[in-house]
Design a protein around this ligand. Structure first.
Ligand SMILES: [Zn+2]
Length: 87
């Protein structure tokens, strides 16, 4: 199995094969230690759902991107790509 080599947002997990959804810097996701990563709506939501106490802030995406990430994250299990859910 080969992994596509197109570039994805920094929030995309190496084991998540899905392409980005929208701008790659739509939002910034910050964990409770203050470490942050920029991401698209999809990968930002996956990352947020995988964090304990994570937060999301709008960055360069369309208006409402952070809210969309927050809502999507609430519907996802942590590391949803490992279970195949959310596809
Ligand atoms: Zn992405």
């Amino acid at each position: 199995m080969s992994i596509p080599t197109y570039s994805r947002c920094p929030a995309a997990h190496a084991d998540d094969p899905r392409p980005c959804n929208g701008p790659v810097d739509a939002v910034r996701v910050i964990d409770r230690t203050g470490a942050s990563a920029t991401g698209c709506v999809l990968h930002g939501a996956v990352l947020l759902a995988s964090l304990d106490g994570g937060r999301v802030y709008p960055l360069n995406g369309p208006a409402g991107s952070a809210i969309a990430v927050h809502r999507l994250a609430q519907s996802l299990p942590a590391f949803d790509f490992l279970s195949g859910a959310g596809r």
